[in-house]
Design a protein around this ligand. Sequence first.
Ligand SMILES: [Zn+2]
Length: 437
Amino acid sequence: MSLKSWREALKASPYGPATFVLAGAVATSAWLFVAVAAMPPSQPQAGQTVAAAPVVTAPKTLWEAIKVRGGDTLARILTSRGHASLTVHQIVESGPAARALTSIRAGATLNVATDPQGELREISYSPDPYRVVSVRRTDDGAFESTVIEKPIITVTRFAEGMVEDSLFAAGKRAGVSDTVILEMADAFGYDIDFALEVQQGDTFRVLYEEILVDGVRVRDGQVLATEFVNNGNSYQAVYYTTSDGHSGYYTPDGLAMHRAFLRSPVDFARISSRFSRARLHPVLHTMRAHKGVDYAAARGTPVKATADGSIEYAGNKGGYGRVVILRHGNQQSTLYAHLDHFAKNVRSGGRVKQGQVIGYVGSSGLASGPHLHYEFRVSGAHVDPLKIKTAQAKPIAATEKAAFLATAGRLVAMLDSYSGRTAVAQNSVLPAHSADL
Ligand SMILES: [Zn+2]
């Protein structure tokens, strides 16, 4: 390995800011060591050993790992260390790659190399976990900038667990991030009401991607296949991209999981009041029909549009407080009341996609505490949102059914083969999968 690639490998470490400082410190001494190791073996002469050579090798540059603080700019950092404003200008203007240095993040680390005369030789900075921007002084005194893309590896992971208290807690015990749990909930969101129906003893299995940069986990990727056993009923979903580029979850025999309406507008909220013809109103203390479903959730919990539609109304309306009314096809409309505030760009006349966040749970209007009041109307008449049965979306096209079944079969077989190999809560890395999975 050359000195250059060693140095880059070290600098490219996607460790957090704290460890990056450490890596920088280690690196300073490591340069010297690596320089020695990389030197071509010279011809040993009498009385001289090759190993003696490194002792006289002095580093040409000294690296400093500078932790970027709030309000810091490249100019402020460099001029406070005695570098000229002209140098800062030259660095920033050295090429498109150097533009990342004009907006350095607080908490990130800026690595700066100076020579024994105090002249700035090189700067390196990671604007994100995937890249390192490097600006070096050339022999003619100008600067040149490059971007080094770090190698990204995708591995497949398997995990399974059992719900004891909450699905998130079960996920945590199985070593699964909330992102994966939410994705699973999205996949099954049309079949299982995660607010209402998840219970103790339910189990899940999931095959998902994990993204590694330089061998370190950066984030979780796509859920590839998953199974949820709810109250003894097994639901399976596989992720598939059709030949025309549409991706989504399907049952293993090729029916889309997607339906016209989501089962619930709030993820993992508790239903605090159901649809009824007559109930005692908690604020008015009179008997009134409850024409919707209430979801108790913390203030600020995102509220999602349960279907594609146009925004008939977004504003204040009496007891509803801040409310959004969406109009969908087939004379159907949905209503989301007591919002704390609206999501950006949600205003009367606009359009929303299914699952898009339209506002946040609050207690505006006539509400005893933060909750979402959700109504569903067909031709203007209220119906119970929990009893809506919507048709299943279209199946995989006949022309690619065979290809789909092959992929789905392989994924489900993986779910089965890795299941139960260890204790109930487990998480194991599988060999990197091929791109066609
Ligand atoms: Zn209500």
